[in-house]
Design a protein around this ligand. Structure first.
Ligand code: ADP
Ligand code: MG
Length: 356
């Protein structure tokens, strides 16, 4: 297949989906044309995913990579309180990958997630690389004019919340590094919120080690962006500040506090730990709290809420609940954590490119 046949096929796949909201011209021209909607602000986000830096190619099924490439950008739109509509995805790959079923499986995973949220593939680019896969994932979304939720809006006294639970993705990465592989590389299995392990309200079910390992591998390889929560918090203007947890709670809470020029105190016991991490931590060298604090890529939302708005928060959205983990303080720049009768300053130890 040559480049133009490939683009033609993507164009057909994109057009057949019919969730091309206000997409006047999509794939096939020099640019896509989107009709602006009045009373809305446009949110645009981009993420670069580089082989063996942002993902381990040998252990990442192509389908799950297609899912993740879109998921990470949907998470950014959610973190702004927006609703995603359009994706532009550019990918560079080796000739061998082009000639294998890699690209087909990649787009199967991509479209599966895009369909779930009604996101249209509006364009992209494809190129040959000599060093491995590089993906640039752009998503455009909208929010009611003036209400995008920024990192900078947190005020002393605001309550700090996090969606879902933490530490699973980092544990999954460790398991991949230890040589565990995902059993069945499907996106369908468990892709709905009700089968999403991280959203399950039933925590009492006995879980085998094998199930826990698979659950954690999928938390790393198939993150579930909290799109529903983003939309609810944005539309109802419930959050004063928000960020998605891509680098790790310790780092991302620091970013939020710095932008807002505030501090925070969080309660270690209130941090929602991933059940599968708790299940396995006795057997393997995994410290659930450290993974939850410093492990990245959970793609949960971290947000702050003025006390007056707390009673308006829904208990759950799409089956995903939230936990109150602390409070914003006026101690600018200082993030503190309390555990039993100890309290210390939480250093940002999450993921950082070019860390020295
Ligand atoms: P150009 O030479 O201007 O980059 P292309 O032939 O690469 O043009 O692209 C033609 C059309 O196909 C454009 O609308 C572009 O957005 C779309 N396109 C190219 N690659 C992809 C891709 N990987 N995914 C989606 N659309 C693509
Ligand atoms: Mg091109």
């Amino acid at each position: 297949m040559n480049e133009f046949d490939f683009i033609k096929r993507l164009r057909g796949q994109a057009q057949s989906r019919r969730h091309s909201t206000r997409l006047i011209t999509g794939i096939g021209d020099d640019g896509c044309v989107i009709s602006e909607s009045s009373g809305c602000d446009l949110i645009v986000t981009t993420d670069l995913l580089t082989e063996n830096v942002d993902f381990l190619r040998g252990v990442t099924p192509a389908r799950l990579l297609g899912h993740k490439a879109l998921a990470v950008s949907l998470s950014d739109i959610a973190a702004m309180g927006g609703r995603p509509f359009w994706s532009l995805l550019s990918i560079g790959m080796l000739r061998d990958q082009w000639n294998s079923n890699f690209k087909d499986e990649f787009y199967e995973g991509f479209f599966e997630l895009a369909d779930h949220f009604g996101v249209a593939l509006a364009g992209g680019d494809v190129s040959e690389t000599t060093v491995g896969i590089v993906i640039d994932s752009i998503v455009l979304g909208e929010v009611t004019a003036g209400v995008a939720i920024k990192r900078s809006g947190a005020r002393p006294g605001d309550q700090i919340y996090v969606t879902g639970n933490l530490g699973g993705a980092a544990a999954g990465l460790k398991l991949l590094e230890l040589g565990f592989t995902v059993r069945s590389p499907t996106v369908t299995e468990g892709s709905d919120a009700d089968t999403d392990a991280s959203a399950s309200p039933d925590q009492a079910k006995p879980r085998s080690d094998g199930d826990a390992i698979q659950g954690l591998l999928l938390r790393q390889l198939r993150p579930q962006p909290r799109v529903g929560w983003g939309i609810v918090l944005g539309e109802r203007q419930l959050a004063s500040a928000m960020i998605d947890l891509s680098d790790g709670l310790s780092s991302d809470l620091n970013h939020l506090c710095q932008e807002s020029k505030v501090g925070a105190t969080i309660d270690a016991a209130a941090i929602p730990l991933d059940d599968d991490v708790k299940h396995l931590c006795g057997r393997r060298a995994l410290d659930p709290l450290a993974l939850a604090l410093h492990g990245g890529e959970d793609f949960e939302l971290l947000f702050t809420v003025n006390r007056d708005n707390v009673s308006r928060l829904p208990k759950a959205v799409d089956g995903v609940s939230i936990s109150r983990i602390g409070e914003v303080s006026d101690d600018s720049g200082a993030v503190r954590i309390r555990e039993k009768n100890r309290e210390w300053e939480l250093q940002p130890e999450g993921f950082e490119h070019f860390r020295e």
